[in-house]
Design a protein around this ligand. Structure first.
Ligand code: FE2
Ligand code: FE2
Length: 273
């Protein structure tokens, strides 16, 4: 199978990059499953139902979230009726929505998508390792799920690497999100799980993490109240990871970074050309 994961969509530049480029990439690379983190897609803060529908219509099979899950209050309501939108699985019991789901993709595959949040330098939540273990036990790779994608929304690369090796051999892909900066450590771990510490963001990279530079810089120079952080206005870049899995085991065979757009050096899975 051919999987594509894209990092945090930040505002309109990120949305436009996805809407303009994803339909063509789905065809060109004959993708079986596309998962995108959408936690900053609404003006940099959370996601609305209209934007969620727009990203799914562009070709995403599932959308994951993170610490910005509830920045738009409507998400607390519409997430209940949108099984393709996932919030971190280790939020407290009783939190609206779900943190994992077995998704039927357009190509007819069944892909377990799990969203989990780290605890280092983040809001304290339930144990992310135990929470993912529970989901994978009920839906094993190669038996119930054709592929398993775990989005580890976390600040610390140590926690993300630990999760990657903890799940090695049990998931198709363990990929980090949240820092909005792509890492260059994409690889297949010894047990067959594809891994990347951070997928980067889909957004305007001529910015500070997707937000306009002026106010972001000012906040480091002056400790006085300023204006709201607003997403950049330039053209967006897609950033993430492409994974090819073995149809029988669901484990990864090869991986490539994906960076398409201005600002960053472009790269893509040349083995799919
Ligand atoms: Fe983010
Ligand atoms: Fe985040």
């Amino acid at each position: 199978m051919r999987l594509l994961f894209l990092g945090d969509i930040v505002g309109r530049p990120g949305r436009n990059a996805v809407i303009e480029r994803l339909p063509g990439l789905r065809d060109r690379w004959r993708l079986d499953c596309v998962v995108i983190n959408g936690e900053n897609s609404a003006g940099g803060f959370g996601i609305t139902e209209a934007i969620c529908d727009e990203i799914l219509a562009a070709g995403a099979d599932a959308i994951t979230l993170g610490n910005h899950s509830w920045d738009q209050r409507e998400t607390l309501v519409f997430i209940e009726r949108q099984p393709r939108l996932l919030r971190p699985v280790n939020f407290p019991p009783g939190t609206p929505g779900r943190g994992a789901n077995l998704i039927d993709t357009r190509s007819g595959a069944r892909v377990l998508v799990v969203n989990v949040m780290g605890r280092l330098y983040m809001d304290p939540l339930d144990d992310p390792f135990a929470a993912v273990d529970r989901e994978l036990e009920t839906c094993p790779l190669g038996q119930v799920a054709d592929a398993i994608i775990v989005d580890v929304h976390a600040e610390a690369t140590s926690e993300k690497e630990a999760m990657g090796y903890h799940l090695d051999g049990r998931a198709s892909l363990v990929v980090g999100t949240h820092t909005h900066v792509p890492t260059a450590d994409h690889r297949v771990l010894p047990g067959g799980t594809a891994y990347m510490s951070d997928a980067g963001m889909c957004g305007d990279y001529d910015s500070v993490l997707g937000m306009q530079k002026e106010e972001a810089i000012r906040r480091f120079l002056q400790k006085t109240p300023g204006t709201r952080l607003e997403p950049g206005l330039g053209e967006g870049t897609l950033s993430g990871i492409a994974v090819e899995t073995d149809d029988r085991t669901g484990l990864a065979r090869r991986v490539a970074a994906v960076r398409l757009g201005p600002n960053l050096e472009e790269t893509w899975p040349r083995f799919w050309d």
